[in-house]
Design a protein around this ligand. Structure first.
Ligand SMILES: NC(=O)c1ccc[n+]([C@@H]2O[C@H](COP(=O)([O-])OP(=O)(O)OC[C@H]3O[C@@H](n4cnc5c(N)ncnc54)[C@H](OP(=O)(O)O)[C@@H]3O)[C@@H](O)[C@H]2O)c1
Length: 365
């Protein structure tokens, strides 16, 4: 499959592939990644398919992820073509609270480490990895703007923050002339749809493209874990991390097994793998700028790279939507139910479609 159709990310001029390559599994330090040779193959396969968008973070696999990504890019002389996204927030210096978080002191420390490990003099997209609950948006945004002005960073993004914090950050950027946020990096898949409540309209309204992480629910939606065995037979990250307290790894639930079962039926009807169908579903939802795919084996990546080369018919989309629909929640059910009739005095008022579909295409021949 060819990835050489590029879309602008959010309201920026940065052209990226719809499928980004995740590098959290570059290295075996965390117990569920893969070795250098395998990852070099994954990198080359992705690049040869036309992909240009790489996602890493300063502390992924204790720094190995950034180092290998930098080396692979250098070996193929791709720095100009590659769009590198990396992140700061997490702390690798026990006892030193300023070696983590989103304050100025940590951001300015972290960026130097990432530039060194990536062996580059600029980062294309520098992302706050997670909200630290403390640092004022003013300080974080001003610091990121300084980095853009200094030339060390081209664009900025936010990952795993509350919607209000992202909205406040973007509004500050608009009013103070800071570099705007062009990407929101968030978990999204058939088994994790909560971002639809706030983040899709937030990204659409304020020009931030959503970069999806864990689009296969850490492997659950690839079909290798069977409901009948309660996940115990599938080999992979979720099995390895079964005892972890990290909520991202706790995917074996009755609700999720129902989704996996319906996905399997839909995939069989389409003659496609479950991974392809779930990635296709995710990539085609409103507001989604790019889907970060992950793989520990070449055959997985080859499978996943086929995910955009077909369309899921409406009837099958509907079945996936119904089985995975999140529960109605206050106050959101006020916005899309008959309660709106009480607002409009019974008159029909057109609703602007929620969602952002990038409409600018850049093609490489
Ligand atoms: N901002 C954040 O907080 C955050 C958090 C998480 C991830 N991320 C980013 O998002 C990227 C992707 O996340 P993710 O790795 O969790 O994505 P994912 O697509 O949910 O899971 C990928 C994993 O599923 C398995 N898999 C993938 N394709 C498969 C296939 N076709 N058949 C069978 N198994 C398959 C592999 O693991 P096994 O072989 O071990 O089963 C692979 O490592 C990361 O690399 C990282 O860059 C960001």
């Amino acid at each position: 499959m060819s990835l050489n159709t590029y879309y602008t990310l959010g309201r920026s001029g940065l052209r990226v592939s719809r499928l980004a390559l995740g590098t959290m599994t570059f290295g075996t330090e965390w117990g569920w990644g893969s070795d250098r040779e395998t990852n070099q193959q994954l990198f080359n396969t992705y690049v040869d398919a036309g992909g240009n968008f790489f996602d890493t973070a300063d502390l992924y696999t204790n720094g190995t992820s950034e180092i290998w990504l930098g080396e692979f890019i250098k070996e193929r002389n791709l720095r100009d073509r590659a769009v590198i996204a990396t992140k700061f927030t997490f702390n690798a210096d026990p006892g030193n609270p300023n070696a983590g978080g989103n304050g100025r002191k940590n951001i300015l420390r972290a960026v130097e480490g990432s530039l060194k490990r990536l062996n580059t003099d600029y980062i294309d997209l520098y992302i706050l990895h997670a909200w630290d609950r403390i640092t004022p948006a003013e300080e974080m945004m001003r610091t990121l703007d300084d980095l853009v002005r200094s030339g060390k960073v081209r664009h900025i993004g936010l990952s795993d923050t509350p919607a209000w914090y992202a909205a406040r950050s973007q509004t500050l950027a608009e009013w103070r002339g800071y570099e705007p946020v062009c990407a929101l990096q968030l978990e999204y898949s058939l088994v994790e749809r909560n971002i639809e409540k706030e983040f899709v309209s937030l990204g659409t309204e304020l020009g931030m493209g959503i970069m999806v992480w864990s689009p296969l629910g850490s492997g659950l939606l690839s079909g290798k874990y069977k409901p009948s065995q309660d996940g115990s037979m599938g080999e992979g990250r979720l099995q390895a991390m079964k005892e972890s307290k990290n909520p991202s790894f706790q995917k074996f639930s009755d609700r999720n097994w129902k989704i996996v079962a319906e996905l399997e039926k839909v995939a069989n009807e389409l003659g496609r793998s479950m991974a392809q169908v779930s990635l296709n579903w995710t990539a085609n939802q409103p507001g989604i700028g790019s889907v970060i795919i992950g793989a520990t084996k070449l055959h997985q990546l080859e499978d996943n790279l086929q995910s955009l080369s077909f369309q899921i018919p409406n009837e099958l989309m509907q079945r996936l939507e119904e089985v995975s629909r999140p529960n109605p929640q206050f106050p959101y059910f006020f916005f899309d139910s008959e309660i709106q009739g009480m607002v409009n005095g019974g008159a029909t008022v057109g609703v602007k479609p929620v969602g952002y579909h990038p409409d600018v295409l850049v093609r490489r021949e």
